[in-house]
Design a protein around this ligand. Sequence first.
Ligand code: SF4
Length: 191
Amino acid sequence: MVKKPRLIIWVLTSKCNLACPHCYAAKFIGRDELNERQALRVVKSGAEAGIKHVGFTGGEVFLRKDALNLMRYASQLGMSTSVITNGSMLTEEVVRDLANIGVFAFLSLDGANKELVSIEEVQRLGDKICHIDPSLQVCVLGYRPEFRRKHLPRPSYEEMLQVHRALRGVGLKTVICQVPRGHIGPEGFLS
Ligand code: SF4
């Protein structure tokens, strides 16, 4: 018997204000997007179909002005919600709204690799996030040869540990760094 889906992962938009060389969402650019009315209908249909969680992702979700409305509506209909964002559009007001709605927010730093970003830049970015809210969860994905620039080596465990320490060092409380054999969790241990 086919099980009913309990979860929607929704690429709300493929548009982004960044241009990471490995971006998987770039291949969707130019495709039509749902307008707000259509998107609200999708949320309602999901709730009626028994969906328990809606995960919003992109592109950069907050380029859509209706993103918070959609999350609020999903929450009002009894579903839990999460969002993956690059963080560049977050303001105190948006973070407050996310907290009020109860959205799990994941900040995604994709493509950490010393060839693309220095440890000082990672620190500066971490510092900005920390000033918004030190408890925001930050997940760091290493840039790998499977992405577009095939000549770049995957960051080693030691390099990602350095990224982890740099972000923890600026005061962020929940940092998760992907490494070749798993991830370094918030406490700084491999699992
Ligand atoms: S931040 Fe994410 S969505 Fe935006 S370009 Fe980079 S990988 Fe793509």
